[in-house]
Design a protein around this ligand. Structure first.
Ligand code: HAM
Length: 410
């Protein structure tokens, strides 16, 4: 037998309602914020990710699914959603009128060591807003993220926020960080030794606990911010206060992708980020477009569902309504007719498709959580009146074809 690839999961029928609830919440909240959906291909030219996420990041260095297609092109399965959306926005001139606010729900591929909350295929609900360098852009995005999380039922996920400044303030910070890293060189992992040379900021994002311990005393970007970045950060925090979003400033938060400027944030469940993002003002230019300041986030749906379940958040959906059971084979065409009439008026209904006994049909209805069972027998065929049993209370009422629409309001 062939099994599902390591680090991937099937979404099974018994779980699908959870995904549907997440997707419905994403669609409802994005509509409230006038955010439109975009879909981009699962694979792109690998270079898109090298140029955006950065070739010294773990995602690009170790985790990308890269392959050569039959035409000899170097392609990659998307390891995140932002780069593809930016590519599409530039390619399709979607930034002629700004702001442009987009969302997506898509699969993402990273060759990571599978463990709880870390998969090789995961799914993200993401949002990318194009066009404003004002702090209210972050606030608008974070309000939407908060409303989405609330819609699912969360009210306790912690928002960690930081600023990593702009290129100007990062030059001085990088120099200070390099000199710190040289001092602690014998205490950090091999990857961090390499990162210290090419992209010192990346060291702060290392997942090795002993490195994280060392970095507690590393220089803080907050001590190197230019006046504009300081003022921007202050206004973002003020906007969050005004919107009633609780946050916690984490001066070590840098995130694992190179395109961020200024604001970075994560909503966390314990140590795991459920939703993360930030501002990326230079990415459009880096990918060959004009200067368009942007903010965005990605929310891992698997992590979101796991965090919701650990809090006992209810994912239950409406049960199917009416099962139409046949007492004899001659009753089956009438059952099918009743099912069609019910579906026509918007009532979920099903009848037996397996030629099973009446007892087995009731068992099926019970197992599938049907609220009512309408039975058709020989007497019912003659009288045109059908008994409808409430499966919870056991109460029985009678309907005929004229009054069948009453079932809609039961
Ligand atoms: P990211 O933090 O790499 O950011 O991923 C976003 C979210 O995806 C994470 O917070 C996490 O919930 C989920 N996630 C990431 N990797 C995995 C994995 N291996 N298994 C399960 N879930 C995972 C981005 O991808 C950026 N594109 C976010 C962004 C959008 N920034 C600006 N715009």
């Amino acid at each position: 037998m062939i099994n599902v690839p390591k680090g991937t999961k099937d979404m099974l029928p018994l779980e699908s309602h959870k995904w549907q609830k997440v997707e419905a919440a994403a669609k409802k909240i994005t509509a409230l914020y006038n955010v439109k959906q975009i879909r981009t291909p699962v694979f792109e030219h690998a270079e898109l990710f090298l140029r955006s996420i950065g070739d010294s990041t773990d995602i690009v260095n170790k985790e990308m699914y890269i392959f050569e297609d039959k035409g000899g092109r170097k392609m990659a399965l998307r390891p995140e959603g932002t780069a593809g959306v930016v590519r599409s926005v530039l390619e399709n001139n979607l930034c002629e009128t700004l702001p442009q606010k987009l969302f997506y729900i898509e699969s993402v591929y990273r060759y990571e060591q599978p463990q709880a909350g870390r998969y090789r295929e995961h799914h993200q609900f993401g949002a990318e807003f194009f066009g404003s360098e004002l702090p209210c852009f972050e606030v608008e995005l974070l309000c939407m993220a908060r409303d989405f999380l609330r819609e699912i039922g969360f009210n306790d996920l912690r928002l960690r926020i930081n600023t990593i400044g702009c290129d100007k303030c990062r030059a001085d910070f990088n120099a200070a960080l390099r000199s710190f890293l040289a001092d602690v060189n014998d205490k950090i992992c091999g990857d961090c030794k390499r990162r210290a040379g090419v992209n010192p900021l990346r060291t702060l994002d290392c997942k090795v606990p002993s490195c994280q311990e060392v970095y507690k005393s590393a220089p803080k970007i907050s001590d190197y911010l230019c006046d504009d970045c300081k003022a921007h950060h202050k206004e973002v925090l003020q906007g969050l206060d005004e919107a009633g979003i609780a946050y916690f400033e984490d001066k070590n938060l840098v995130r694992g992708l190179d395109y961020y400027t200024r604001t970075v944030f994560e909503f966390c469940d314990g140590d795991l980020a459920v939703l993360g993002g930030g501002r990326y003002d230079n990415l459009c230019e880096q990918l060959g477009g004009k200067h368009i300041p942007c903010v965005g986030f990605g929310c891992g749906i698997e992590r979101l569902i796991a965090a919701a379940e650990s809090r006992g958040i209810n994912f239950e959906t409406a049960a199917p309504k009416v099962f139409v059971a046949a007492q004899c084979d001659a009753c089956r065409p009438t059952c099918e007719k009743i099912v069609r009439s019910l579906r026509d008026i918007g009532v979920s209904a099903e009848c037996d498709l397996m030629r099973r006994s009446l007892k087995a049909q009731f068992k099926h209805a019970d197992r599938n959580g049907f609220e009512y069972v309408l039975t058709v027998g020989e007497t019912e065929l003659q009288t045109g009146k059908y008994n409808v049993k409430n499966m919870k209370s056991g109460e029985v009422t009678a309907v005929d074809m004229d009054s069948i629409s009453l079932l809609k309001d039961l």
